[in-house]
Design a protein around this ligand. Structure first.
Ligand code: GLC
Ligand code: CA
Length: 585
C-alpha cells in the first residue's frame, strides 16, 4: 500500500474548519524500549523499521518518535547535544531517512519530538555560553548572579527559590564564571533564553531542516515553558518548605503566544497542510488551550493538557490517592465543552511519563483485558485526536519493582534520594514510586513470550516485565478478541465514521460513581457510549433527556460474547464492560 502523504496547500482556516487530524490516530514510540536490532539491549531506529508492519496492521496514521537526537541520555534523550544528528545508540541519519521512507510507504506520517525549552549542558551552544561572561552565546541561556548580599554557591543564594521538576534547586552554580544558570529540569538540561532572537532563529532553522528532510511535524516538549517572566520572581513555598513553586512565572508566560505565532510564520507557513503540531503544556487551562489551538491564530494544532493525569495526585505527584470517576468525567467533560466550537483536543491516558493506564485507571488483575478495552473505547470515542503509547494496544501493565535499585528514571531516582534525606519512610516512598514512576511506561515492549520478549537478543537496558509470557503482541495479533484487535477496530471506526471524528460530545449522568456515559452526534446520527468502571454488574439507569435506545445497533463492545442489542430498556453492563450504540433519526 502506498498513500500520498505529500502536499495540499494551507487552506483558509475558520474556527470550525475540518482538519485531517480529526480522523487520525497517533502512536507514540519511545525508541529505547521499542525494539533493539543489534543486540546491545537498547531499542533503535532499525528496530522501529522492523516493527512498522505492526503499526500498519494496527492502522495508525502518525508515529511520534520520542527523541533520537545526539544526547548524553541524562533524561533518556530529552537532553539534546545536537539537534541535527541521530545518537549512535539509535542509529544514523541514513537509518532515519529509511525509517521515514518506509513509514511513508505505509501511509504513516512521522512526527519528531522537539525539545527546545532546554538543551543538554553538553550542547555546543551551552559549552560556549558557560565559557565566559562575554561569550556571544552567554545570553542564549539564563545566567544570574547570586542573591544580593549572599555568598555565591551558598545554600539560599540561588537567584530565585524555584524547585526543579527533578528535585532540588532549579539553579546550578557554575564555578567557572561565578554565576548560576537556570534548569527547570535536571542540571544537565539548561533552559534556553527565548527572549534572545538569535535563539529563536536557530531553533526555527533547525525545524525547517527536519521538515525539508520530510518529517511531518513536531510534538513540542514542555513548550508552554519557553516564555518566562523576565523579572524572575520567587514562588510560594511548597510542601517541603525548602523551595518555591516558580511555575506561575514560567507556565504560559507573557510572550508564549507571540513565540508560537512567530514559530508558525517562520517554520510552517506555506508548507503542506498535513503537518501535525502538538504542544505539551503542563498546567495549561482550557481557556489558554482555546487560544493555542484556535486555527485562525496559527499557533499549534492541539495541546497535551495534564488535568486528568493529576486527579490521583494529592499535594504533589508522589502523594497518590485513588481516582474518583466523577472527577475524571468532570475534567474531560470540561475539556470537551471548552474546545467544542474553537480548537481541538488531544486525547491520552498513557505516555512515557505516565504509569500504565490499565494499572492506574482499570484493573490489571482479573479484568485486565476488559478494562484495557474499556479505557480504549472511552478515550477513542471522545472528540479529539487519540494518542496510543507503545504497549497500550497490548494492555501492558505497570512493572513489579522489587526495591529502590529497580528504578532508573532520573525523576524517580532523585525523588527517592530527596525523600530519604527528608526522613520519609522508605516503604511508603517505594509504594508511591511503584504507582507513579515514569519507569512503569519504560519497560520494553512485549513482542512475544521468549525470554527477552522479542525486544532484544542481548541484555535489555530495562528488565522485561515477567508477564510478557501472557501479554505479548504475537499472542494478541493471533487472537481476534485481543486488546490489540479492539484498538484496531476503534482506529478503523474513527477513520470511517464521521460521528466519531466530528460529532458533538454530550456528557450524561456526570454524578454517577461508576458509569461513564456520553453521546456523540452529527446530523441525524447519534452514538451512545456506556462504560462500567467497576468490577460489579451495573444496571444502566435511565439517562435523562435520552430517547428510547431499545433495539439500537451495537457498534462495538468489549466482551468476547457479543450481546445482541436489547429489545427493550437499557442494558446491564458486566464488569468493565463498554458498549457503543448507534441510532439514526
Ligand atoms: C517532558 C517530557 C519528559 C521530560 C521533560 C523534560 O515532560 O515528556 O519526559 O523529562 O519534558 O524534557
Ligand atoms: Ca540497539
Amino acid at each position: 500500500m502506498s498513500v500520498d502523504v505529500t502536499t495540499s496547500p494551507t487552506p483558509e482556516l475558520s474556527p470550525s474548519t475540518r482538519r485531517w487530524f480529526h480522523s487520525a490516530v497517533v502512536y507514540q514510540v519511545y525508541p529505547r524500549s521499542f525494539q533493539d536490532s543489534n543486540g546491545d539491549g537498547i531499542g533503535d531506529l532499525r528496530g522501529i523499521i522492523a516493527r512498522l508492519d505492526h503499526l500498519a496492521a494496527l492502522g495508525v496514521d502518525v508515529v511520534w518518535l520520542s527523541p533520537v537526537y545526539v544526547s548524553p541520555q541524562d533524561d533518556n534523550g530529552y537532553d539534546i547535544a545536537d539537534y541535527q544528528d541521530i545518537d549512535p545508540t539509535f542509529g544514523t541519519l541514513a537509518d532515519f531517512d529509511e525509517l521515514l521512507e518506509q513509514a511513508h510507504a505505509r501511509g504513516i506520517r512521522v512526527v519528531m519530538d522537539l525539545v527546545v525549552n532546554h538543551t543538554s549542558d553538553e550542547h555546543p551552544w551551552f559549552v560556549e555560553s558557560r565559557s565566559s561572561k562575554d561569550n556571544p552565546k552567554r545570553d542564549w541561556y539564563w545566567w544570574r548572579p547570586a542573591r544580593e548580599g549572599m555568598e555565591p554557591g551558598a545554600h539560599g543564594a540561588e537567584p530565585t527559590n524555584w524547585e526543579a521538576s527533578f528535585s532540588g534547586s532549579a539553579w546550578e552554580f557554575d564555578e567557572g564564571t561565578g554565576e548560576y544558570y537556570l534548569h527547570l529540569f535536571s542540571r544537565k538540561q539548561p533552559d534556553l533564553n527565548w527572549e534572545n532572537p538569535q535563539v529563536r532563529e536557530a531553533v526555527y532553522a533547525m525545524m525547517r531542516w527536519w521538515l525539508d528532510r520530510g518529517v511531518d511535524g513536531f510534538r513540542m516538549d514542555v513548550i508552554n515553558m519557553i516564555s518566562k517572566d523576565t523579572s524572575l520572581p520567587d514562588g510560594h513555598l511548597t510542601h517541603g518548605g525548602l523551595y518555591g513553586d516558580g511555575s506561575p512565572h514560567y507556565l504560559c508566560g507573557p510572550r508564549i503566544h507571540e513565540f508560537l505565532q512567530e514559530m508558525h510564520r517562520e517554520v510552517f507557513e506555506g508548507r503542506q497542510d498535513r503537518l501535525l503540531t502538538v504542544g505539551e503544556m503542563p498546567g495549561v487551562t482550557v481557556e489558554e488551550a482555546r487560544l493555542f489551538t484556535d486555527p485562525t491564530r496559527r499557533e499549534v494544532d492541539m495541546v497535551f493538557q495534564f488535568e486528568h493525569v493529576g486527579l490521583d495526585h494529592g499535594a504533589h505527584k508522589w502523594d497518590r490517592r485513588p481516582l474518583q470517576l466523577v472527577d475524571l468525567k468532570a475534567s474531560l467533560g470540561r475539556w470537551q465543552a471548552g474546545l467544542a466550537d474553537v480548537g481541538w483536543n488531544s486525547l491520552y491516558w498513557d505516555n512515557h511519563d505516565q504509569p500504565r493506564a490499565v494499572s492506574r485507571f482499570g484493573d490489571d488483575g482479573e479484568h485486565r483485558v476488559a478494562s484495557a478495552k474499556l479505557l480504549a473505547t472511552v478515550l477513542h470515542l471522545h472528540r479529539g485526536t487519540p494518542y496510543i503509547y507503545q504497549g497500550e494496544e497490548l494492555g501492558m501493565t505497570n512493572v513489579p519493582f522489587a526495591g529502590a535499585e529497580s528504578f532508573l528514571d532520573i525523576e524517580s531516582v532523585n525523588y527517592f534520594a530527596t525523600a530519604m534525606g527528608q526522613g520519609l519512610a522508605a516503604e511508603e516512598v517505594l509504594e508511591a514510586l511503584r504507582d507513579g514512576s515514569r519507569d512503569n511506561a519504560r519497560s520494553p515492549v512485549q513482542w512475544d513470550a521468549s525470554p527477552n520478549a522479542g525486544f532484544t537478543t542481548g541484555t535489555p537496558w530495562f528488565p522485561v516485565n515477567p508477564n510478557h509470557d501472557v501479554i505479548n503482541a504475537e499472542r494478541e495479533v493471533a487472537d481476534p478478541d485481543s486488546v490489540f484487535h479492539h484498538y484496531r477496530r476503534l482506529i478503523e471506526l474513527r477513520h470511517t465514521d464521521p460521528v466519531v471524528a466530528d460529532g458533538d460530545f454530550h456528557m450524561l449522568v456526570p454524578e454517577h460513581p461508576t458509569l461513564y456515559a456520553f453521546t456523540r452526534s452529527l446530523g441525524p446520527e447519534t452514538l451512545l457510549v456506556l462504560a462500567n468502571f467497576s468490577g460489579e454488574d451495573l444496571a444502566v439507569p435511565e439517562l435523562p433527556g435520552q430517547p428510547d435506545w431499545s433495539g439500537a445497533e451495537l457498534v462495538i463492545g468489549n466482551h468476547a460474547d457479543p450481546v445482541a442489542p436489547e429489545d427493550a430498556g437499557l442494558p446491564v453492563l458486566r464488569p468493565w464492560e463498554a458498549r457503543v450504540y448507534r441510532r439514526r433519526g
